[in-house]
Design a protein around this ligand. Structure first.
Ligand code: PLP
Length: 433
């Protein structure tokens, strides 16, 4: 076991203040002013006895292999080569103009200063109206806070963090392991079923006394699966019985094609066990705006706010104004995006049906195909070769967890021409063996 001396620590700040919390959250040990004793931070790898309790530092976390693909693609583009990108996690639509105008109006009215870390009251009211109406989550103002969804994953994990805590993450699934490790926890993967649906028995089998949260993501990145109400209800019952929080990532809630999106938080009379994460990124094509929100019980929201206040203070007020505007007025754009993506999905499905080496489940939501390929090659190598020789960028399935190996993720967020030419090249690649 590592000794306490081998691990870094930071001396306490001369004057106590917000700084000491920031030190704590980065995983270092801090010395409490009162009583002059060593205190473990919520993320500490060592407890007071010097035992290793989990978590990792940034030094120990690798860069995402997705960056290798993006970097390679950028280098090719810089050399003047045309790259057909089916890798990108965003649709090619512009942010609707009225949303930009709402931001500009806010800037012109002097909204360039700090706001409450919770988000403006008007925005939180818009969030509450939206989740009550669309998600059937019975939230009140105290249950809502505005923050970037990606950061919300960290914040919600911090809100459940305890020494030696474990978080169940989907396999294959989005990048939840890194936030789990960096918030001091241990990610434990649960496999999705063969058709990528939620296997509640598998989840149950992975629960231990240290499990503090289960992350579910529907519609799912990278699988394009939409979970059914029945499975989500069964998961909810398990979590309530065991006192485990559900962290429900609903970033793609608006991009569901045939089924209906079901918010697991709607099962509760009022937010209690479910921490729901939402995003404006895909719904309103606002990926660069970094806009999202968390809906949960008041105590969790309070903890999330404590993190936000010390980490960022608040999000830009003009982004908040534009987000409130989008939530209240821009449903028609979301519908338009979904319909356009439906066409692109048909294009992808047709193209994939002509590639016998690829086997793809129906994409029910989001904008990703996640086919299994018949080839004795790791997915990182497949993605590398596709890019190097055929100038097509896709993401290797393995970056989404061990169960993603043998798959590639194909985004249909790109324009039709890119999908058509990119998939034609995919066909050539697989035909050439
Ligand atoms: C499943 C999932 N959750 C969360 C996020 C992060 O959303 P945002 O970019 O709005 O922070 C993404 C982004 O691609 C995602 O795919």
């Amino acid at each position: 076991m590592a000794s306490a001396q081998m691990h870094p620590f930071v001396s306490p700040p001369r004057r106590e203040g917000a700084f000491s919390e920031q030190v704590a959250w980065t995983g270092f040990r801090i010395r409490e002013r009162e009583g002059r004793r060593w205190a473990p931070s919520p993320l500490a790898r060592l407890n007071l006895e010097g035992e290793l309790v989990g978590g990792m530092f940034l030094d120990e976390i690798h860069d995402s292999p997705a960056f290798e693909i993006f970097n390679l693609a950028s280098k090719k583009q810089a050399r003047g080569e045309k790259v057909y990108s089916l890798a990108i996690g965003e649709p090619s639509f512009e942010t609707p103009l009225p949303i930009g105008e709402a931001a500009y109006e806010s800037m012109k009215s002097g909204w360039g200063h700090y706001t409450s870390s919770w988000g403006s009251k008007d925005l939180r009211e818009a969030i509450v109206e939206k989740v009550r109406e669309k998600n059937h989550v019975n939230a009140m103002l105290e249950n809502a806070i505005f923050m970037t969804t990606k950061l919300a994953i960290y914040a919600s994990l911090l809100s459940v963090a305890k020494p030696k805590f474990e978080v169940l993450v989907p396999d294959p699934g989005y990048y939840y392991s890194e936030p789990a490790l960096l918030t001091g926890g241990k990610p434990v993967r649960y496999k999705l079923a063969k058709d990528f649906s939620l296997d509640v028995d598998e989840v149950k089998a992975k629960i231990t006394p240290n499990t503090r949260a289960i992350i579910v993501n529907t519609p799912s990145n990278p699988t394009g699966k939409v979970f059914d109400r029945k499975e989500l209800r069964a998961l909810f019952d398990v979590c309530v019985e065991r006192g485990i929080k559900v962290i429900s990532d609903e970033a793609y809630e608006d991009l569901v094609y045939e089924k209906k999106h079901f918010s697991i938080g709607s099962i509760e009379e009022s937010p209690s066990e479910v921490v729901s994460l939402y995003s404006l990124s895909k719904s309103y094509s606002m990926t660069g705006w970094r806009a999202g929100y968390v809906v949960a019980d008041a105590e969790t929201i309070h903890k999330v706010n404590r993190f936000l206040e010390t980490a960022v203070t608040c999000f830009p007020p003009f982004i908040q104004a534009a987000s409130a505007y989008a939530l209240r007025n821009c449903e028609r754009y979301t519908t338009g995006f979904r319909e356009e993506l439906r066409k692109r999905r048909a294009l992808l499905e047709e193209a994939l049906s002509e590639i016998p080496e690829l086997e793809c489940h129906k994409v029910e939501g989001a904008f990703y195909g996640f086919p299994r390929y018949k080839m004795r090659l790791g997915s990182a190598e497949v993605a590398r070769r596709l890019l190097n020789k055929y100038n097509v960028a896709v993401l290797p399935g393995a970056i989404f967890g061990p169960s993603g190996e043998g798959h590639i993720r194909i985004s249909f967020g790109s324009p039709e021409e890119t999908i058509t030419e990119g998939t034609r090249r995919l066909k050539d690649f697989f035909k050439s063996g």
